[in-house]
Every structure is written in C-alpha cells, then in structure tokens.
Design a protein around this ligand. Structure first.
Ligand SMILES: *Cc1c(COP(=O)(O)O)cnc(C)c1O
Length: 231
C-alpha cells in the first residue's frame, strides 16, 4: 500500500515537472519530504526502506519520541511552528528547520547551534497569503531580515518555505506559489548558495511543482489520514 502510494506520488511529481512552463531557477528535480507526523514511529522506517530518507515532523516532542525508538537516520525536517524555548531541542533533533518565522527565533537557534558546534540549516517561512491564523514572516518583516542574515553565523539559510491557504479549488492557490517562486529567485540573486523552495502538500503539490517548488512535504497521499486521537 505504501509502496503503491509512493509510486503514484512520484509519478505525479514527474508529470508536474514536465508541465513546468520554462526553465526554473529552482533546478530540475524535486525532493520529497515524507510527513510522518501523527503516525507511529514505524512509518519512518517503512518509508526510509523505500529510499525516501527525508522525513517531516511538526512537533519537537513527537520527533524526540520517535528518535528515541528509531535513532536518527536520514534527514529530519521540522515543518511546524517552533517556540523559542524549544530551540535547543530542535537544533539537536533536526537537520533542517523549515519553519523559521521570526528574528527572535533566528537568534535563539543561532545561539543554541553555536553551543552545539552545529551549523543549523533553515528555511525562512513566508506568510505570502497573509493569513492571520498562519505563522511565517509577513512579507515586510521578511524583507527587513534579509540584510541581517549573515550575523547569524551558526545558521545556514537554505531557502524558503511557503504554505498555501487550504482550499478545495487548487487552482486558486497558484498565485501564492508563483509569488513564492518570485521571492526565491530574487533571494537567489543575492545569495546564490540557497537551493530549497519548499511548497506543496498532498492537496496542492502538483501545482506547487509546476510553479517551481523543488521540495514538497507530503503526508496524507503517502500514509493516509492522520489519527489525531492518539496525540
Ligand atoms: C502536515 C503538514 C504537511 C503535510 O500535509 P498533507 O496534507 O498530509 O500532505 C505539509 N506541510 C506542513 C507544514 C504540515 O504541517
């Protein structure tokens, strides 16, 4: 079942890549991050056995519980909002933090990474659609932080993360992804080393890829619905 779901997702990714209109500044490939949140630890092993080594979790505590059982194999992405007081644990547990959304958090992560002697990979999350209930830098705050990034010497900014509004009309989120892509290309002009534009989940990853995403975060299409009663 999981193998079939994965095959379907990979086919859809290939198809979406073929539908890209023009050469993209995000390259020609897509990294699949399997979102294992609210699923048992065993699914991490299952998906990694199928050679998908990148997994996404949205809570520090859940990732810690899973790593206690599994150890740390592959690449762990934090994709949920992080509170500053959990920065230390997040730096210890994750290889990349996609959901960095404030200067305050950058400062905390930089400090903790420094203590651990680790260079922490992060993405800056931008709240493009301006949804009040969502986290992420407001576009103006994002523009303001850019000239300051080099002062966080223990942080390596790898790119951007965008979450589109939930909708049953997937085409309606295309402009959000277009805007995310525009931000990415602009950032890449001044920071040529950045490489990740993380956009797209189960409902919208094909549109996101068509618009230039090179990282997608997919849970439901791989593992089925999440059981929130267990957490
Ligand atoms: C849960 C989550 C996902 C995966 O969502 P699916 O719809 O199950 O694919 C992706 N990104 C973020 C930030 C999430 O919180």
């Amino acid at each position: 079942m999981l193998a079939e779901n994965l095959q379907k997702v990979q086919q859809n990714i290939t198809q979406a890549l073929a539908h890209r209109s023009e050469p993209k500044c995000t390259g020609t490939g897509v990294l699949l991050v399997a979102v294992t949140k609210n699923h048992p630890a065993a699914v991490v092993t299952d998906i990694q056995n199928l050679r998908v080594m990148d997994v996404g979790e949205n809570r520090v505590q859940e990732a810690r519980d899973k790593q206690k059982v599994l150890g740390h194999h592959g690449t762990w992405h934090l994709i949920g909002h992080l509170q500053t007081n959990k920065a230390k644990q997040a730096v210890e547990l994750f290889d990349i933090i996609e959901s960095v959304d404030s200067e305050h958090l950058l400062l905390a992560l930089d400090k903790e990474a420094g203590k651990l002697g680790k260079r922490m990979d992060v993405l800056l999350q931008i709240n493009i659609a301006g949804e009040v209930q969502k986290t992420g830098f407001a576009p103006a705050d994002y523009e303001a932080i850019l000239p300051q990034l080099d002062k966080f010497t223990n942080i390596r900014v790898r790119g951007l993360m965008v979450i589109a509004p939930q909708t049953d009309q997937v085409e309606s989120v295309r402009p959000v992804f277009k805007e995310g892509y525009r931000y990415f290309c602009a950032l890449r002009k001044v920071r040529p080393a950045i490489d990740y534009l993380s956009m797209g989940m189960t409902e919208d990853y094909q549109v996101a890829i068509e618009e230039g995403a090179n990282v997608v975060r997919i849970g439901t299409a791989l593992f089925g619905p999440r059981d929130y009663s267990k957490h």
